[in-house]
Design a protein around this ligand. Structure first.
Ligand code: ZN
Length: 244
């Protein structure tokens, strides 16, 4: 991360990715609160981004600061999911449960990477897990889905009564590496993409989104940013025409 900060100018085309990673770094490694992250993001943009206008960026900066804690800071190149692990998830009949199992697997393996003594435990709130799994459902249904994974032996709960502690029982690092996961924002979609559904990675921020048209390049947020940019360019064109 410190390497990124050494660069004099931020690569403008990747600003969203940069803000997202830097916000996560400030949250996870520096322990900053949302308001402090906003302040720091504005500060760094001011230093390195040419023609930085805080008004144009306030929505994005607010968003990345707000989501900083949601996603793990992945310093590794990615997490390998193995053939046997994928096979186990393929055998889950219910598609939504499969996505949930895949998400828990990725999170457990990520935590194993960060802490070799982790032993396949996952410790995130139900809300965070379902967000990453891209599953929209009620709290009641979340419990039911966890229970179904429990019944099928794919997960276990901690002995202490604590809903936050789930152990994934089908991690198999001895099997052949097959799928590399490098982005933890939309794990549910990563699974759908693996299963052949139509998703694209946004050219701006790299997030996975469902493909709606053939030439789609951006997610909703980046498309909006692009539109603002075009409008600004258009306005400055008009201004120049007015002057001359
Ligand atoms: Zn995007």
């Amino acid at each position: 991360m410190d390497n990124i900060l050494q660069h004099k100018n931020i690569d403008v085309s990747k600003t969203c990715t940069f803000l997202s990673i830097y916000a996560r770094y400030l949250y996870h490694e520096k322990g900053l609160k949302k308001s402090e992250i906003i302040e720091e993001l504005n500060h760094i943009m001011n230093l390195y981004y040419p023609r930085f206008n805080p008004v144009n960026w306030s929505v994005s900066i607010e968003k990345y600061a707000g989501k900083a804690g949601k996603y793990p800071l992945c310093e590794c190149k990615g997490i390998w999911i193995t053939e046997n692990e994928l096979q186990t998830i393929e055998e889950v009949q219910d598609k939504v449960l499969g996505r949930l199992a895949f998400t828990l697997l990725c999170l457990a393996k990520f935590r194993n990477y960060r802490n070799p003594n982790n032993n396949n435990w996952v410790n995130y709130s139900n809300g965070e897990i379902f967000d990453m799994a891209c599953i929209n459902t009620t709290a009641f249904n979340k419990d039911i889905k966890f229970n179904r994974l429990l019944e099928s032996g794919l997960i276990e709960y901690a002995k202490k009564v604590n809903n936050l502690n789930i152990r994934v029982m089908f991690v198999d690092d001895n099997s052949r590496q097959k799928l590399l996961i490098t982005d933890f924002r939309k794990l549910g979609y990563e699974w759908k993409l693996y299963k052949g559904e139509k998703y694209i990675r946004c050219t701006g921020c790299g997030i996975l989104v469902k493909r709606k048209t053939n030439n789609q390049k951006y997610c909703k947020d980046c498309a909006y940013e692009k539109q603002l940019e075009r409008n600004r360019d258009y306005k400055s064109q008009l201004l120049i025409q007015d002057i001359f």
